[in-house]
Design a protein around this ligand. Sequence first.
Ligand code: HDE
Length: 728
Amino acid sequence: MPKKSTRLQTSIDTRSDGGGAAGNSLHDHAPGAGRCPIHERAGNAGELHQDVQHKGNEANGLVHLTDNFGHRIADNQNSLRAGERGPTLLEDFVLREKIFHFDHERIPERIVHARGSGAHGVFECTKAIPGLTAASIFQEQGKTCPVFVRFSTVAGGAGSIDTPRDVRGFAVKFYTDSGNWDLVGNDIPVFFIQDAMKFPDLVHSVKMEADRGYPQAASAHDTFWDFVSLMPESMHMVMWAMSDRGIPRSLRMIEGFGVHTFRFVNAKGDAKFVKFHWRPQLGLESTTWDEACKIAGGDPDFHRRDLFEAIATGHFPSWDLGVQVFDEAFAAKQPYDVLDATKLIPEEDIPLEFIGRLTLNRNVSNFFAETEQVAFMPSNIIPGIDFSNDPLLQGRLFSYLDTQKSRLGTTNFHQIPINAPKCPFHNFQRDGLMQTLLPTGRANYEPNSLAEAGEDGGPRACPETGFSSFRANDERNEAGQKLRLRAPLFADHYSQARLFFRSQTANEQAHLASALVFELSKVSIEAVKSRVLSRLRNVDESLTKRVARGLGAALPAKAKAAREPIDMKPSDKLSIQKSAKRTLEGRKVAILFDEGSDKKSIDKLKGQIEQAGGSVALIAPKIGPLELKGGSLKADGQLAGSPSVMFDAVASILMPEQARKLSGQAACLQWFMDAYAHCKTIAHCEGSKLILEKAGIAPDEGVVPIESLLSVGVSRHWEREASVRELA
Ligand code: HDE
């Protein structure tokens, strides 16, 4: 086997040999390959071949470049021509194969959730619950299993931005010892619609408009609001999406939810209902709308980069898995239907029981092979867990398998390494496009008696340990007639939208109102705006008035509710601000410095932040190296190209002379003004005060001397917000 190179080499893992069997280098001169046409003719031959020269691959620790059938390639720079200036020859199989493969590099992007970021990790059971479920991963405290997680935005295409107002997908594939379990959830616990029948309509309405091809990754347009204004069941999720949940600070700081009600089934066959929740160790955090818009320009890959860098530097994000377990008797007493995916169960009624922890500890090695090709399917379930009759979930059980065939082109997508189970799998399915397995023997049907004849008879069903569906036998759920209708409580469209709104802090309510004003201001059909307002009146009058005022619209009559909403007890868990963490852990602090700054102070502050679990970006007007008091230092980012929206807090260590110069620069003033307006902690030295004054920054509990940064911590100072933004 050829030696592996540390540079210029791309190795190709193959499932058969575990990797590295085939490989290539970018510059290949096989020993004995003959004359080098570039060296012979081109003046820039030295540049093109600078890494390899004529020493040969082995001597350079490189592997040979080959085509896909193993033929060594002598020249990867020039196509085969008839004469120096003549036409390219059809005979050039090297060129044809290379271009042919390139032409087919893209696969259809996901119809929804096209833009995503994935990572590998591990799930550990922290509390065994054999009484509740027979699922193998929950049988023993400390038991682990590998996982792959893909986060995503929903509406935008694969090349869209990371920070639009949108729902985030939170899809987890557990490679358990009893098969793959996919918990394909979102960062919002409820959904826009109740029945799978409406999903294509919802998605068509939110994606770019059919005639004009825009807007990309935005719900702020006619068709989305037209659809939701006609679907009052969407009002609860609209509240969540318009709240700060829709614009998260980091994928490491979002919650995840299985959304639907599932079932836990124990070894005796007894079942309970269950809802799954992921709770981030780093706490919940969101951006402000102004920040989200600016980040979109400053770094369209903000979330993707943040996740990748955190994992690459060993700051592994983690989430606790919590479950809400309840029985049919509880379900029957609630003012909502637990099979309705537009409803949640308040944690005050059924508290979370924490049973596991997910930690993401390895970035993907190849984005396409892993993040793009991963195929999640809610139908991937393991013994001990089962579906409920939620009509949205039922539709998903068909959709995902179906979509993988069109995305990945073959029924054999389960053989792609990222999708294959890590436990053995055996069955009689055979052949199909892109078959990579090599089944042996004659047994490709069952029943067979080949084993009796001394041959391999193949696998058999296992009634004791195999998956068997829960035998629900309950009149409330399993009715005999075929009907196209929804159960009565599905008609309550507003009670939980109201619950959500009333559980928010005053600032959060203001953000939600502003988001609705912004979104509806982009709607050009007056009747749509008016219809949304008429629905909102069923949610909350004060909210409706604020939105109408912001739009300069008249208050329409209240829409008739299919079922009168009730007042539910507000739940603190629904608010981000009520449970925000003031911490440096997982947060990024920018330190602004310039020539003459005190290096010792910078080093000390950096050390303290890192010690507290945070990370630091050194920002200066120039990258440098800059001469400081006590040594020289290079910046990680240039001030004008590193707006403060990229960081959780800012600090400055400057000499008065430098501060005076910088205070005349818009980029510097904007840097501080934004941090202030986004309610972030600003830590400064004496020398920087002039800049703060010029930026109009009034001292408050979040504007502190450098020494106090650690004790004040990093979180938003929402009490400041009323002085920088009208919270009407
Ligand atoms: Fe999805 N959804 N969905 N969805 N969904 C897809 O599957 C679908 C729904 C969710 O990172 C697609 O592989 C239908 C709810 C996530 O690869 C598609 C219905 C929830 C992801 C599909 C729903 C989700 C998807 C597109 C209504 C939260 C990204 C590509 C019946 C619980 C997974 C693909 C990833 C992806 C269909 C509703 C979450 C088309 C028909 C509810 C996180 O199959």
